[in-house]
Design a protein around this ligand. Sequence first.
Ligand code: PYC
Length: 310
Amino acid sequence: MHVIDSHTGGEPTRVILDGAPDLGTGPLAERAKRLADSHHAFRNAVLREPRGQPAMVAVVPVPPTRSDCLTGAIYFDAGAVLGMCGHATIGLAVTLAHLGRISLGSHRIETPAGMVEVTLDDPNTVTLQNIESRRVRKSAPVTLPGQRRVTGDVAYGGNWFFIVDPSPLSVTVDNIPALTDLSIALREAANAQGIGGEAGQPIDHVILNEPHPDNTGQHRNFTLCPDNDYDRSPCGTGSSARLACLAADGLLPPDTEIVQHSVIGSQYRLSYQPGPCGGVVASIVGQAFVHAETRLFFDPRDPFNSGITT
Ligand code: PYC
């Protein structure tokens, strides 16, 4: 299996160039569901150790249904198949440029969540225009074990987010284990207490956000992903969901750029345009770098051929 690895603000992306299972035809959401339902072993083998690494997201390029799209893209991490992934779409664009398959300028990509646009500003810098994002619930109360109550907004940016702002724990590298535990507890409690999307979609990501301590008005976040690891980047779909919350609260006008930091200090530049359905269309500017081109081997005699799942 031929793969190219990159990272976007420290968050790894693996683009699978050949050897992925045939996901058939039809809408990308249906093909993503086939990957989720029928190819668990493939997903573990590609992303779990020893071949993969914590936090890695894989992209399977597939033929698009729309003739105006360069490619389709289906995303998964070690825990779930994702509706969209911002950092991995930036990584995909930089990987396609590395392969000489796209040049500078704008290109459309079809995802299970809808069509997105990437503009390659230079070989490493991409402006991603995401699908329309929206907030569906403000200050939803979640009760944690011990009757502790935490409120957060429920918002969609291609995945479903529970966003706590300000974070009850400082968003620092030293706090990553505690931030992880709190975020897992919040996701489990939110889902057990029926807090999610309008049609009952479960929360799959949690964001703990706070003002950056440098007093510039910038923010930094910790994002928990479905694989229970944290996003090293500021999370493209999560940043889009947070922009929808800021817009809904009247805290950020359209076309106004802000900077979002991740817990490890990588940055996205963010802005939005009002969307046709009352949400926001986020623009995310980030950088990715290709760092490996690899062939993965699958040897049935290898006791960890299917990845380490314990
Ligand atoms: O950038 O949207 C994102 C993302 C989701 C999970 C990891 N990164």
